[in-house]
Ligand binder design. Sequence first.
Ligand SMILES: *[C@@H]1O[C@H](CO)[C@@H](O)[C@H](O)[C@H]1NC(C)=O
Ligand SMILES: *[C@@H]1O[C@H](CO)[C@@H](O)[C@H](O)[C@H]1NC(C)=O
Ligand SMILES: *[C@@H]1O[C@H](CO)[C@@H](O)[C@H](O)[C@H]1NC(C)=O
Ligand SMILES: *[C@@H]1O[C@H](CO)[C@@H](O)[C@H](O)[C@H]1NC(C)=O
Ligand SMILES: *[C@@H]1O[C@H](CO)[C@@H](O)[C@H](O)[C@H]1NC(C)=O
Length: 681
Amino acid sequence: MQSLLALGLLLLLRLDGGVAVAAEDGRFAYQGFAAANLTLDGVAAVTPNGLLLLTDTEYQTTGHAFHPAPLRFLESSTTTTNSAAAMARSFSVSFVFAIRSRYDGLTSYGLAFVVAPTSNLSAAESGRYLGLLNGTNGTASDPILAVELDTIMDVEFRDINSNHVGIDVNSLISRQAKQAGYYSDENGAFQELRLNSRQPMQVWVDYDAQVRRLNVTLAPVQLPKPKIPLLSELIDLSLIMADKMYVGFSASGGWGVGTHHYVLGWSFSLDGPAPPLDFSKLPVLPRLGPKPQSKILDVVLPLAATLLVIAMLAAIFFFLWHRRRFAEVREDWEDEFGPHRFAYKDLFHATEGFSGMNLLGVGGFGRVYRGVLYASNLEVAVKRVSHDSKQGIREFIAEVVSIGRLRHRNLAQLLGYCRRKGELLLVYEYMENGSLDKYLYNKNKPALHLSERYRIIRDVASSLLYLHEEWEQIVIHRDIKASNVLLDSRMIGRLGDFGLARLYDHGTVTTTTHVVGTMGYLAPELIRTGKATPLTDVFAFGVFLLEVACGRRPIGSSKDITQVVLVDWVLEHHRSGSILDAVDPCLMGNFNTEEASILLKLGLLCAYPSPTGRPSMRKVMQYLDRDQSIPDLSPTYASYSTIAMMQNEGFDSYIMSCPPSNTSISIVPVESSVEIPQEGR
Ligand SMILES: *[C@@H]1O[C@H](CO)[C@@H](O)[C@H](O)[C@H]1NC(C)=O
Ligand SMILES: *[C@@H]1O[C@H](CO)[C@@H](O)[C@H](O)[C@H]1NC(C)=O
Ligand SMILES: *[C@@H]1O[C@H](CO)[C@@H](O)[C@H](O)[C@H]1NC(C)=O
Ligand SMILES: *[C@@H]1O[C@H](CO)[C@@H](O)[C@H](O)[C@H]1NC(C)=O
Ligand SMILES: *[C@@H]1O[C@H](CO)[C@@H](O)[C@H](O)[C@H]1NC(C)=O
């Protein structure tokens, strides 16, 4: 009879809408979980001494633990069935957790307190999703509220760091998150805490339904609840919560660091404060590592081995990278040139990695960089010449080295070379004032006085005399022009870049079709025969002389109809008796007329169309030194254009097709064309 009555009462209560059940189940406290009836899944388990262990393995896994019965989070409404109007109830949670990892400070993912409409979160993903969600956010019909204790910074979820507490609603992007810690009750100062410090810590989650505020507070286990919460968020849970929801924990671990996520105790209450936990009754965390001495084997050795492997890989990688980066081409026959060989690494460091800041200029044959050699502190100019020919490189290097033995005060000293695949690096003395053409054509530089130009021209003539007649071998420069004349710190002219044209000029002895030099400086017979001689250098010197005296390029721009070919233009002035009008207008008539007339006449003489009519460099020096006066030009002096007309069609067409600048060119039959950079220096 009594039992029947009890049954009847129970039925009545159930029919009443489960309020009593909810009220009855709305408050609990677990001081350890040995006797608890939790719904567990994943790797979650309760240890024999009552610890709730959510994850414990090396693998990427999750663990969930839920209070077995759902709780009613919405105020039950007897008057209406419209649940949208129902109001969320206040609730309060407190729990003690510990995150312990085999390697202190190395942890994976984290732990979360969770409120969800189901205790089956098997669709959720492990790892950074903390076992709460997957790529899909929570929804109004399938909501989720969580307080995450996150020990990994995930950029996609806009995590602030790898040690934070956050409030998550339907998404792992926290509504609010803060660095783990607490505000001291004594002075309000913020004290940082490390979630994965292996020490137990307590968390309180309190929701006040009246003011719709959710507070989260964290503190070390021995401290009472701090007055100021860590997180405090205005949030209307009425709009989020489902009526029946499960409360519990979720954690995810992995990454081979064996993180253990523990919950030691847990209390909960709807509509009132959670029952306080009695720390003395909480289960004890296991000692870390079975025996203290095996810690070395367990922790130090694997860590050391990992570090060793990483270090070795890094070393190998660095070695390969280094070798590739500084790779050079060196062949046996180069041994004899040993002392002139530079290590690419040294040149690389000298020019700070061929940085744009050190770029001096882009010449016809390649880029030139300023550098300081580390060992000697010597300032150098490094020219990078790209070449695609294997053939001829040996002869060229032999020549480079023999050129390196040339010594003259008016030559830019070549110090040595280095070879890389498809590339040659030439190291020269550094010339502080750059190349002469800058002073002729760059309006930012001051115009050089004619006497100064005269002196520089004499410097160049003197170096050419040395190359042609005074050294043990005859050396032909092949590319005399203003941009190849460099000025040192005392503005002394120094001829540079000799022999470079030779690199593109192998085989001239047998085939006569391959001409190298710069447009406008090429003697007519050089174009015809392809054979460079001292007198073709004299021709180029003559054009250079006119270039410097007139401040005009050898072949004017097509816009300037008054001067197409400089030599012809000066020749016309000469014939009409107004040669001094050809002098650079920048000088504004302020020059020594004797010097001007020597320069212009000598220029015309040197640029004489027929080689037999040109003086030798020794004679040129005598004219410049005024030891002899310049003979009158022969009346048969034909203009450059006239000569051009007399040449074969090939000459004519290349004159028309080449850009009218001081461009280094290579004239070759079309079928065997050699690429040469076309930029002016
Ligand atoms: C544990 O909880 C479940 C779900 O509420 C219930 O079905 C089961 O009987 C409980 N077991 C014990 C031993 O209390
Ligand atoms: C949990 O849900 C999945 C489907 O998402 C289902 O396959 C599985 O059986 C459920 N597990 C339990 C214990 O109900
Ligand atoms: C994501 O989780 C939801 C339940 O929360 C489930 O319905 C859905 O199928 C899951 N999606 C994937 C891709 O697993
Ligand atoms: C999930 O929710 C967050 C925050 O509301 C949002 O930024 C994100 O775009 C959502 N993601 C998806 C896949 O809907
Ligand atoms: C939340 O914290 C604020 C202080 O920031 C406090 O005034 C309020 O009472 C707290 N609410 C709850 C439910 O603990």
